[in-house]
Design a protein around this ligand. Structure first.
Ligand SMILES: [Zn+2]
Length: 415
């Protein structure tokens, strides 16, 4: 009987855990699920799965840095990560994480005095990568196993190209709507009494914004992320480039280091020379840290630099400023929020030269009153409506026709 067969029959049982532990030459593990052992070495503090349209991410958190042995990448039915030192299972952490999303079946955690093993079982042979992520406050060390859904990259490419050809055929304007953060990267947090995180608010506002944009004749809103998973910053605008978006609007919530302080809305466009004010630089640093927190495998990114690129850049920046101003004008119509103005900072997510891009810091989530607003469905909807009105006004001011217009426009639709 193959191991996967045994697995299918006995998944989750202590018997299976012992059998595999013995087969792998490890001592039988402590089979009391979730029991905390005396703190002697690193502890596994969390194990989670994050399914997305293109794959599944498994994250394993540790209380301190651990040495681990695993293939960097491969194509297999299972992947084994070994930690050759004594590691205990933290409270509430399961020995078997059932995923069952059609890509990853489950993750089996085997701990003993000699070490720990993490066996990730895929449904079929799949491509995977294993890497570690930067430490953050509640996670001194984290391991990521990214599993690619077979054919998903091709399907995703087709979907985005489909939007581009629909745009050309139906002469519509495409607005890419980017919900900040996601997955392991929760973004900023509201005070405990309100209990909401930035990634949840940004997705809710982004979805409402797409609904509002789709009510405008000749405009189509498209989300970069539609669920709770992480997308690297570069991929967000690359998706928008593939769908030939006309605009890119990234939704975020602000936060200050000083507890409870800060209020109002600000809208950013890209600065090529960094931010003028320290607070804006801090904010850009915090938002740009998303890749570190969310976890991006090591890679080299070559930015193309030439004259054509500079011309495109300066045109995109001018239009970005106009977009930022019109959107802020409309959002500021909601008197519950102070208008903090249009600002510039070096946000990675705004770096495409293909379309005007803005980042809306909707309100301060660390401020109790504004966190309550951000969590409120009616507020999310009205914020989305105002941003959509601002986008519509931008098209008018920029002289860009919408197919629903009666025809006083100057600019013709591009490819
Ligand atoms: Zn953010």
């Amino acid at each position: 009987m193959t191991r996967s067969r045994i697995f299918g029959v006995l998944v989750g049982s202590a018997l299976l855990v012992s059998a595999i532990a013995r087969a792998d030459g490890l001592a039988a593990p402590n089979t009391t699920t979730g029991a905390a052992k005396p703190a002697s070495g690193p502890t596994i503090t969390g194990i989670r799965s994050w399914p997305s349209p293109t794959g599944t991410r498994i994250t394993i958190d540790f209380s301190s840095v651990v040495a681990h042995v695993a293939p960097d990448s491969g194509n297999a039915r299972t992947v084994l990560v070994t930690v050759p030192e004594s590691v205990s299972l933290g409270p509430g952490v399961p020995e078997v994480l059932r995923v069952g999303d059609g890509l990853v079946d489950s993750v089996l955690v085997i701990t003993s005095g000699e070490g720990a093993r993490f066996m990730v079982w895929f449904r079929d042979s799949s491509r995977f990568r294993v890497f570690d992520v930067a430490p953050r406050q509640d996670r001194p060390f984290g391991l990521v196993i990214d599993v690619t859904r077979p054919g998903a990259a091709v399907a995703e490419g087709r979907r985005l190209e489909g939007i581009a050809s629909e745009k050309k055929k139906d002469r519509i304007r495409v607005v890419a709507v980017d919900a900040g953060h996601g997955g392991e990267d929760a973004g900023a947090r509201a005070p405990r009494s309100v209990g909401v995180v930035e990634k949840t608010v940004t997705l809710a506002v982004a979805k409402a914004l797409v609904d509002e944009l789709n009510k405008i004749p000749g405009v189509k809103g498209v989300l970069t992320r539609s669920g709770d998973y992480f997308i690297p910053l570069h991929d967000r605008y690359h998706m928008a480039e593939k769908m030939k978006a006309d605009l890119f609007v990234s939704i975020h919530a602000n936060s200050t280091r000083k507890r409870g302080s800060g209020n109002g809305t600000e809208v950013y466009f890209l600065s090529m020379r960094g931010a003028d004010a320290q607070a804006d630089k801090d904010l850009a640093d915090a938002e740009n840290a998303a890749d570190l927190v969310g976890g991006v495998p090591p890679q080299t990114e070559n930015e193309l630099v030439n004259i054509l690129y500079d011309v495109k850049r300066s045109s995109a920046l001018q239009q970005s400023q106009l977009l930022a101003e019109t959107v802020l004008d409309h959002v500021a119509a909601d008197r519950r929020l102070e208008s903090r103005g249009v600002k510039q900072a070096g946000f990675v997510v705004l770096k495409s030269v293909e379309f005007p891009s803005i980042l809306v810091e909707t309100a301060f989530i660390n401020n109790v009153a504004e966190a309550r607003l951000l969590k409120n469905k009616a507020f999310q909807a009205s914020m989305a409506k105002q941003i959509a009105e601002g986008v519509k006004e931008y098209f008018r001011r920029a002289g860009i026709s919408l197919s629903g217009d009666s025809g006083t426009s100057t600019n013709q639709i591009g490819g």
